[in-house]
Design a protein around this ligand. Structure first.
Ligand SMILES: NC(=O)c1ccc[n+]([C@@H]2O[C@H](COP(=O)([O-])OP(=O)(O)OC[C@H]3O[C@@H](n4cnc5c(N)ncnc54)[C@H](O)[C@@H]3O)[C@@H](O)[C@H]2O)c1
Length: 366
């Protein structure tokens, strides 16, 4: 079984799907690996590192024409055209639309795509959950970004030249990215408050030393599979209203509220931004999906009403070395349940028999 690792082509994407250490482990399990020359460079991994791990360095066309291709980002139509008929493809498919043209092109060529974002959030799949491994990085990097952009201290400071109070940080959405943002902001010494629509997050917020914000929306926010469900319009309006005073007092807001395949809920309105102190910072992790604040601009840092709004959409790529290693480990753990050891090398199992591979595998019926 030959695994191909092409270079990512999306502008600004620095990650690579397999790191050299994971390549070595996969080689030991009987896989043959081919890397497009230079695919790891932006993540800090040189061709020589891969060669030392037993990987063959090839050109782009050869990497794409492998039995199984692994990437981070969704393939382009050109890449799909270069895949082998019947090949397996592993990566984020980044689509909520079954009529998506890339997906359709894959099905027409008999390619079997496994979408990393469809790995279910169940205990047994934790080590394969790439959405979580990358969101964890995003939450950390968002808090660091906020601290760097904020022109004041995060911690309480008592010095001979004066004392300052700790920054007041509010994190909205306490899922994977949010909890890591809370933990990082706490470590930096800020006073952290957090809010999530799912009541079960209260305990997790408290266990990180942050203070939960309680709102009575008159509606239950928990949905299926550990995700939230969308609120009614009345509850959305009530949520904005009840959050307003808490947010206007914040010096830093980190927003991470998400419902899969839905536009990001608006939690920080323009009127709240107007009330925030000059120089306050909003890091909006949902910028790619419209933002939890309507003033955020995707992939830009802008200043509006005196508030700095940060809309980076690819934090994991800013930490490409570690992000690639985490992602590669997720892939290797998924491969471990997709294949069984047999004479002559790894043999593909029936992917419909395991709930994890069955959920990740996309078919024309999806
Ligand atoms: N910018 C980046 O580089 C980057 C990288 C990774 C993830 N993300 C984004 O970060 C966000 C969070 O990702 P995640 O993996 O932590 O998701 P997650 O599903 O683990 O967490 C999202 C949380 O938002 C909460 N939520 C949903 N609607 C809400 C509402 N109206 N009010 C309050 N809370 C609400 C959910 O209950 C959930 O706990 C997503 O928007 C994701 O796309 C951005």
């Amino acid at each position: 079984m030959i695994i191909g690792i092409p270079k990512e082509t999306l502008p600004g994407e620095a990650r690579v799907a397999i790191s050299p250490d994971v390549a070595m482990k996969l080689g030991n399990k009987g896989f043959s690996l081919r890397l497009e020359s230079g695919a790891g460079l932006d993540a800090g991994y040189h061709d020589d590192d891969y060669v030392a791990a037993g990987v063959e360095i090839v050109d782009r066309a050869t990497a794409l024409a492998s039995d199984l291709v692994v990437k981070v980002r969704k393939p382009t139509l050109d890449e799909v055209a270069g895949l082998k008929e019947g090949a397996l493809y592993l990566g984020f498919l980044e689509t909520c639309d079954e009529k998506d043209e890339v997906l359709q092109a894959m099905f027409q060529r008999g390619i079997r795509p496994l979408a990393m974002e469809r790995i279910p959030r169940i205990s047994r799949a934790q080590s394969m959950d790439a959405l979580s491994s990358q969101s964890n990085i995003a939450g950390y990097r968002a808090a660091i970004e906020a601290a760097a952009r904020y022109g004041r201290f995060f911690p309480l400071m008592m010095t001979s030249a004066g004392s300052v109070k700790p920054a007041r940080v509010v994190v909205l959405g306490a899922g994977v990215a949010g909890l890591q943002a809370i933990a990082t902001a706490k470590r930096l010494g800020a006073e952290v408050y957090a809010y999530d629509i799912r009541p079960e997050t209260r305990e997790q917020i408290e266990s990180l030393g942050a203070k939960p914000i309680d709102l009575d929306l008159g509606e239950e926010g928990s949905g299926e599979g550990g995700y939230a469900r969308e609120l009614s319009d009345e509850a959305k309006a009530r949520q904005q209203e009840l959050l307003a005073d808490e947010l206007a007092r914040a010096h830093v807001i980190i927003t991470t509220a998400l419902i899969p395949c839905r536009p990001a809920p608006v939690l920080v309105t323009e009127s709240v931004v107007k009330r925030m102190r000059e120089g306050s910072v909003i890091v909006d992790l949902a910028a790619a999906n419209g933002g939890n604040c309507p003033l955020t601009e995707a992939d830009k840092v802008v200043r509006k009403h005196g508030v700095i709004l940060v809309g980076h959409t690819n934090y994991p790529s800013m930490m490409a070395g570690d992000a690639s290693t985490f992602y590669a480990n997720n892939i290797a753990n998924l491969l471990a349940i997709m294949f069984e050891q047999a004479e002559g090398g790894p043999q593909l199992k029936d992917l419909s028999e395991d709930e994890i591979t069955a959920a990740a595998l996309m078919t024309p019926q999806d």
